[in-house]
Design a protein around this ligand. Sequence first.
Ligand code: BES
Ligand code: MN
Ligand code: MN
Length: 479
Amino acid sequence: MSSQTDTGAGLRAGLDNALAHLRTNADAHMQRLDDFLRIESVSADPTRRDEVRRAAEWVAGWLREMGVDDVALHETTSHPIVTGAWLGAGADAPTVLVYCHYDVQPPDPLDEWVRPPFEPRYENDIVYARGAGDDKGQLVMHLAAAEAWLRGAGGAPVNLRFFFEGDEEVGSEPVERFIADHPELLEADLCVVSDSDMADDDSTPAVTYGLRGIAYLEVKVRGSQQDLHSGQYGGGVDNPANVLVDMLASMVDDEGRVTVPGFYDRVRDLTDDERAAYAEQPWDEAAELDRIGAPAWGEGERGYTVLERMSARPTFDINGLWGGYSGEGAKTIIPAWAAAKFSTRLVPDQDYREIESLLKEHLESIAPPTVRVEVRVIHGGAPAITPLDHPGVKLASEALEAAFGKAPLFHRSGGSVPVVAALDAQLGLKSVLIGFASPNGNFHAPNEWMPLWNVRDGIEAIVRTWERFGSVSPADLRG
Ligand code: BES
Ligand code: MN
Ligand code: MN
């Protein structure tokens, strides 16, 4: 199909054919989802490298099968990046870059899964499996929607480029380099990212217009050459574990604010309008607390609501802490060292590289002379925000409303997807984030799940989004 010759009627006939294809192939698409979820594409696990590659091959295979051109696996310093393009809509039609990730988080603790993480379980129109929501389910939805246009309607109303990575869950390190090396494979008017969630489990869609960034580090505090008898030396030397917890505890003050000098310098404050919008979000604090099973919400950074603190404010969190003796019984030692992994979630316009240095310098500066401290950066990613008046937001919202029967809500997410800011910084390419996972879908946790009603309506929403995007010029979609 070519936009030069297509009339509005042509577009509508195309849409009907694409939607008919979805109905006819609904079972086949569910089977594809099942097959894909069985691949153990855990990017963090070196013993599963081949499985990660198998997932990339699986994606490439389906893209080729549906007639996408130039499908390729690109080797990186880590896992392959999959790209492909279908440019049959012609130069007058917009070009959309579709981004999702095919890697998943490690599935442990395994004994908390009702069924094993890579053996999908179906119950009450829900699929439970690692990656069901984050993000393999959403990737499959994009492939099904593309197939509906290419196979069902003989072509799509927009040009489609695909960009699927296998390192998102470990920090997306290879993507910056890839974007710099291959801008021609990513050339588009707008990027559509599906790696976020809906507003609820009752078919209220959402456009995610903000993501937090992240700076993830590790700190090690060393004292003596080897462990010491705590009776003989206790009171004499500083205990590295005590020093470490003191240092970490001092990172957040009594008002819940990060104490690192300069940390807040670039933080963009919430506007009154944004705060009003937050207050309008249909979010039930008590129900959410009950769901996660914590006794109470923390006080956090004073002056902000829980929802604001979880998506629009930066944080400091210890992710792991170890050292000394943690086996059975007691062992009276002063450990030679103690270590921690910690991360800060960042918001616009914080710069993760600057924050990495600030954190490192601060920790080094507060360490007493009785210990040696080593700080190491593990990964980082920039925060992102899509202006709500971007034309892509409006068009995608119309498509979401048509598919789900409800207008979308606009929310900011507390999570991070580093590629979004990288595409903007390196190519000036904006992203619109339409996510279909459940906001309660156990991302990164046991019994991750995805509502199959979201899968069905979400595929339709993607199909309709391409139709809406196809109704405007490339310049208009760029905004
Ligand atoms: N899909 C998530 C991010 C997300 C979560 C978006 C919830 C919207 C709602 C993504 O896969 C993720 O987990 N990202 C990591 C990135 C990190 C490893 C750099 C994260 O946020 O921890
Ligand atoms: Mn994800
Ligand atoms: Mn994730």
